[in-house]
Design a protein. Structure first.
Length: 420
């Protein structure tokens, strides 16, 4: 009896931050698979997570285009950014990737201060998308942000006025929200009310409190302990003001701006845009399940004999909305096995098996410097994929051998003293 070899493999990875984009990861995995199974049918579906690369991936997947726009960067300087106009059946959908205008990678290390950085450029990208007459939906990818201004900067770019008690407009930056008194939305770009705003975000992120965005992510973005406390207090004041402003907007009236799911996404951008009626949607529901992004992942999973996914790190956080767990959850529903590869396996990585991931493996074969691993990520990933596929096939061959010998023993064609 021959081993069972998969005929159709779906490769659906995320990117490896600082090393490879999701499309490069998919290519490296496919190369490793073909070393072992040259004629296998591979379907590559790089998965965006709302962070860096989301707009370009979705434009590529749908035959759309990338539009370049000069906007205000997170530290106030002008930068070249971009947004996507999707093609095919997704014509009329624009994708604004907040990281392209306010991402942490755009903040020089010596200027990393989330009390001062701004999302103003994100609002400018939204305005640019609104200038396209056929755009009816704007999909906003949240992730990899370098800000903590509650979306106040984006609102200001869209025409809102963030005011202090004397009616003066506040400077940009989350630290100034401690003085916010009111929000005037009367001069917001009127086109915003004609489109659907869908934010692809992590719903575990809330705006205020012990699990709020300032306390959880502020230190990662360069905030000191003192700044963390100040930012949380400022965002709490901001949530009060947003709640008051939302009372006049039917699509936002029921939002809990303090602890509502997703309000803390991208430094509070979720809360800021929710006041305009933006839908705070779990990122993979928005990017995969909604049909807005044009990724036919469900169909590809159903056709596959095996799914291979990947991400830079797999650990206890992976089941909380990371790509490998989201892919596995969907594959588990139709009984397709999942292999997940990672740059590193961190604390409690075995927790991912409950999500439907059958096996995990690190691509690092021996201790090495991080810089070396990042530089040679593609080669390491291809080699690791080859090793894993060979193990899977050996397991299949062993299973076939056991079944064959068991049948022979049962039929009496082999002396009963022969064991396994």
């Amino acid at each position: 009896m021959a081993m069972v070899v998969p005929h159709r493999i779906l490769v659906a990875p995320s990117g490896f931050k600082g090393s490879m984009g999701a499309d490069e990861v998919a290519e490296a995995i496919a190369s490793g698979i073909r070393r072992v199974i040259p004629g296998v049918s591979i379907s590559a579906v790089p998965i965006p997570d709302g962070g860096e690369g989301t707009a370009r991936l979705l434009a590529q997947a749908t035959g759309g285009s990338i539009r370049t726009k000069k906007v205000t960067g997170p530290v106030g300087e002008k930068i070249y950014s971009h947004y996507a106009l999707l093609g095919g059946d997704q014509k009329g959908v624009a994708v604004v990737e907040m990281a392209a205008a306010a991402g942490l990678s755009l903040v020089p290390k010596n200027l990393r201060n989330p009390a001062a950085t701004t999302t103003y450029g994100v609002g400018e990208l939204i305005n640019a998308a609104l200038e396209q007459d056929d755009v009816h939906t704007i999909l906003i990818g949240c992730g990899d942000s370098g800000t903590c201004d509650g979306g106040a900067g984006a609102l200001a770019a869209l025409g809102a006025k963030v005011l202090d008690a004397d009616g003066n407009e506040l400077p940009l930056g989350g630290e100034h929200l401690e003085n916010v008194n009111s929000l005037d939305l009367s001069e917001v770009n009127p086109r915003i009310h004609e489109v659907r705003l869908v934010m692809a975000l992590n719903q575990h992120n809330v705006l205020t409190g012990k699990d709020g965005v300032a306390r959880v992510f502020g230190p990662q973005k360069g905030a000191t302990k003192k700044q963390v406390k100040q930012l949380d207090a400022a965002l709490t004041r901001w949530a009060d003001v947003l709640s008051d402003a939302a009372a006049d907007h039917s699509r936002a009236a029921d939002v809990d701006f303090f602890q509502g799911p997703g309000t803390g996404a991208s430094g509070g951008l979720g809360a800021g845009l929710a006041v305009l009626g933006a839908e705070l949607t779990p990122r993979f529901e928005a990017l995969i399940d909604s049909g807005l992004a044009g990724l036919n992942l469900t169909r590809e999973i159903e056709r596959a004999d095996l799914v291979v996914t990947a991400e830079g790190a797999i650990d206890f956080q992976t089941p909380k909305g990371k790509v490998p767990a989201e892919i596995a959850t969907r594959a588990q529903q139709v009984g397709v096995p999942v292999l997940a590869l990672a740059g590193t396996l961190g604390k409690n990585a075995n927790m991912v098996h409950d999500s439907g991931i059958g096996a995990i493996a690190s691509i690092i074969p021996l201790p090495m410097e991080l810089s070396n691993a990042l530089e040679n990520g593609a080669e390491l990933l291809t080699d690791s994929t080859e090793r894993c596929i060979r193990l899977l096939l050996m397991g299949s061959a062993m299973n076939s051998s056991i079944i064959k010998r068991h049948r022979e023993l049962t039929a009496g064609s082999v002396p009963q003293s022969v064991g396994f």
